[in-house]
Design a protein around this ligand. Structure first.
Ligand code: TRP
Length: 378
């Protein structure tokens, strides 16, 4: 879709290519780094910092200080994130959701989760409306499985809420020109017209609480950085309609199995682990495809050691699966100095991941009976 001439990588909501330089991306998008002062300020409210903050997985933001200023004046924010339901969830999707659950626990705030079955129908050639709707239901089970508070959480499937959403999206759409959408998302003239309208639908949950309550409610959106173009646009338009700008806190991507370049591609099953993958499949995928930062032979690895910065097994443990800083540090040191071999590191990841997935699958099956507690409809 897009050509970013001066650069060797591309990040849009629909396409990630090349080795992402996150510092450059922050500059390109115009987001702020999460610095020590902000971490301290968050910690004053939460008492501790989530490992995704401590380790820099969430590394950039827009307007976090506004969110905290308002909070400190007694004006609580709500959380909003979402998912385009085009397939089963893979473990990369869980990163922002696990963090959002922590934010909900710590701040005791309302959370809106948007399932954009309309988006995926419009953007994915092969998917029917029935397909995207049934993936929306499946993905809703994954969200519920993470333990969100049913009293404070709403899951919204777009097509089940068309009346509410269309009415709020209309004035937003009226303020966005075709040329802006083209430039923001890299569309060309072959794009279907539903896709051009779509970004106004993704802006709706950011103001839904304000519409309902008849006063401005701050909104904080935790998300992976590829979604930023939508919210950059929303931040431009919403104040012109009398709303606050939505704030965001953004994470980097979980690297694909084959290497640290870009995010996991949904379309390539050898590059991801789905939450539905059984233990044998997980073991095979990791042993076969997980990019190693180790040396070519055991002897050389013992001598020179491995590089955790590019080792996918280590990165998956660091970003999602090993919450314990001490254990992670030991793994890092042992790998770096050659005591820990790639095969051993992979075995640790396989065990951890399979325990995590078994537990998740148990919870997601229980969630199936609880959909009514979370899903809302017009
Ligand atoms: N467009 C997102 C996707 O394709 C789905 C989405 C909707 C979303 N609202 C969001 C993602 C808010 C992050 C935050 O997955």
């Amino acid at each position: 879709m897009t050509k970013e001439n001066e650069n060797d990588f591309i990040v849009t909501p629909w396409e990630v290519h090349g080795k992402v330089d996150y510092n450059k991306l922050m500059e390109r998008f115009g987001t702020e780094p999460i610095d020590e002062a902000l971490l301290e300020r968050i910690k004053k409210h939460t008492g501790e910092l989530h490992y995704m903050l401590r380790r820099g997985t969430f590394f950039t933001h827009r307007d976090m200080n506004f969110i905290l200023n308002e909070l400190e004046r007694g004006n609580k924010f709500h959380l909003y994130t979402g998912r385009g339901p085009s397939e089963d969830i893979h473990i990369g999707h869980l990163v922002p959701w696990v963090f959002t659950k922590w934010l909900q626990d710590k701040f005791d705030v309302k959370f809106i989760f948007q399932l954009t079955d309309d988006e995926k129908f419009l953007f994915e050639e092969k998917l029917s409306k029935e397909d995207t709707y049934s993936f929306a239901i499946e993905n809703a089970c994954d969200v519920i499985a993470l333990g969100f508070d049913p009293k404070n959480t709403e899951i919204i499937i777009d097509t089940d809420n068309a009346q509410t959403f269309y009415n709020i999206a209309l004035p937003i759409a009226k303020k966005i020109t075709y040329s802006t959408v083209k430039a923001s998302f890299g569309f060309d003239n072959s794009i279907n017209i539903g896709s051009v309208f779509y970004t106004s639908i993704q802006a709706v949950p950011a103001v839904l609480e304000s519409v309902r309550q008849g006063k401005n409610v701050p909104c904080l959106i935790p998300h992976a950085i590829d979604q930023d173009p939508h919210f950059r646009l929303a931040r431009d338009v919403l104040p012109r309609l009398g709303y606050y700008k939505p704030a965001s806190i953004q994470c980097s991507f979980l690297p694909a199995l084959g290497g640290p370049e870009g995010k996991m591609s949904a379309s390539d099953p050898t590059q991801t682990v789905y939450v539905t993958d059984d233990p044998k499949t997980v073991e095979k995928k990791i042993n076969k495809y997980a990019f190693s930062g180790g040396q070519v032979s055991v002897a050389e690895h013992r001598k020179k050691g491995g590089d955790p910065a590019v080792d996918v097994s280590y990165q998956w443990l660091k970003i999602l699966l090993e919450e314990d800083d001490k254990k992670l540090k030991t793994l890092e040191e042992d790998y770096r100095n050659g005591d820990l071999l790639t095969g051993e590191l992979k075995a640790i990841l396989i065990d951890k991941l399979n325990v995590f997935l078994e537990n998740h699958r148990e919870k997601r099956e229980k969630a199936r009976d609880r959909l009514d507690e979370f899903l809302i409809k017009d």
